[in-house]
Design a protein around this ligand. Structure first.
Ligand SMILES: C[S@@+](CC[C@H](N)C(=O)[O-])C[C@H]1O[C@@H](n2cnc3c(N)ncnc32)[C@H](O)[C@@H]1O
Length: 392
């Protein structure tokens, strides 16, 4: 009864434009692992007003926009099962729904008055982690001379900010030691490398040194020149193949959209150096696609090129995640940014948990899963496996 009243109040508040926000808390056993709470707010998209859900996990946030009915379905399904408390804030009331341990629900309401209208903007300014007026953004062609993000650079700008949000939440789980060394492998034109440096050094005041590693000399020269003009004294770029890069110390490994097996080269460097934080957004997945010759029940569907391509991506990144786990990393694979902004949107993040926590058993289990996948998909060797067998 209390739950259906809560759902009905939510619907009315949303439909009348009075819905401001809602938080789901007290996760119960049925909630996904590491999910701490869920934060809902209205958001204006091209197709109308939706409910934006931010799923706050221990080390990351995930955002999903649902239409009203899907949002209500989610609440009906999870309240009382996944979350034992919900607080709904409308422009004139606060409603609190609580479930007791025995599953009994109570709904209370309090009259309140708030002048602030609901912020329904898709990307709220307060989520910006760097100022668009930063001169390096202009040098890199993201903003104009007035510090306004160019229409053609909107997607890049969203990607930069999302990337910084992810870094920020990973740092909460794994703070960096002083003098931390960060490498961005396959840094390209350096958008994310500059953003990372500016955010960590100038916003968070961290003592860090960032190195971009990039094959293309012209990009390296351009980035070094831009770093000097920006006064970023501990940001450097080197023209090298990731494979030949031998860092003395590596605290954070980043490789975003590094081509095909360049992601594996970077992962191997990170794992060998026992980097505390690993973040990769893989790009093309040619190695496994070439090798794949499925002998499992998926074989008949993989004769369709597009399905084979998607399956190759899943297998490639799934094995990468398992190999990270086998090597003592706590790993997450998730959508980095909506496909609306980029097609390359899967991200793998990993936090070093120490080899001992993996124990022989967990390592063996992860490696058995890799072996089973390889056998089912007719794969001889994942490129990363070979690299991990080599001495660094
Ligand atoms: C698609 S770009 C991505 C650039 C940047 N990380 C980003 O996300 O905006 C990939 C970059 O990786 C570089 N790259 C590919 N393989 C590499 C390797 N083995 N060593 C160093 N750089 C590499 C390419 O030259 C290219 O600039």
């Amino acid at each position: 009864m209390a739950l259906s009243q809560f759902i009905s109040v939510f619907r009315t508040a949303f439909e009348s434009g009075q819905f401001l926000k809602c938080t789901l808390s007290r996760p119960a056993a049925a909630a996904p692992a590491d999910l701490k709470n869920v934060y809902l707010r209205p958001v204006s998209l091209k197709k109308g007003v939706f409910v934006s859900f931010t799923f706050r996990y221990k080390t990351r946030d995930e955002v999903k926009n649902l239409d009203l009915q899907a949002a209500l379905d989610y609440l009906s399904e999870w309240l009382g099962k996944g979350f034992l408390s919900a607080d709904l804030f409308t422009s004139d009331h606060t409603y609190s729904l609580h479930f007791s341990k025995s599953g009994e629900a109570t709904l209370t309401s309090k009259k309140t008055h708030r002048d602030t209208p609901a912020d329904t903007s898709h990307n709220r300014e307060k989520h910006r982690l760097i100022a668009p007026s930063a001169p390096w953004l202009h040098a890199l062609g993201i903003t104009n001379a007035k510090g306004e993000v160019l229409p053609t650079a909107q997607d890049k700008w969203k990607q930069i900010n999302k990337f910084l949000e992810i870094i920020e939440s990973l740092l909460r789980a794994h703070p960096l030691p002083p003098g931390a060394q960060i490498a961005d492998m396959g840094s390209g034109k350096g958008y994310l490398t500059f953003a990372l440096y500016d955010f960590l050094r100038n916003n968070l005041g961290l003592d860090i040194r960032v190195t971009g590693i990039e094959l293309r000399q012209n990009l390296v020269d351009f980035c070094n020149k831009t770093a000097v003009s920006a006064g970023f004294s501990d940001l450097h770029f080197v023209a090298a193949d990731i494979n030949d890069y031998r860092p003395e110390r590596l605290d954070v490994l980043i490789a975003l959209h590094a081509c095909d097996t360049a992601t594996d080269l970077a992962l191997a460097k990170g794992i060998h150096a026992r980097a505390g934080i690993v973040i990769v957004a893989p790009c093309c997945h040619k190695q496994i696609r070439r090798e794949m010759d499925a002998h499992n029940e998926l074989a008949p569907v993989l004769r369709h090129g597009i399905l084979e391509e998607r399956q190759a991506e899943i297998v490639t990144d799934g094995i990468r995640a398992l190999l990270l786990e086998a090597n003592g990393y706590k790993t997450n694979v998730f959508e980095f940014i909506s496909t609306e902004h980029t097609a390359k949107n899967v991200m793998i993040t990993a936090i070093e948990a120490g080899r001992s926590t993996t124990g022989g058993q967990r390592r063996d289990e992860a490696l058995e899963k890799v072996a089973a996948l390889k056998s089912g998909f007719g794969i001889r060797e994942h490129y990363l496996e070979g690299l991990l067998k080599e001495t660094p």
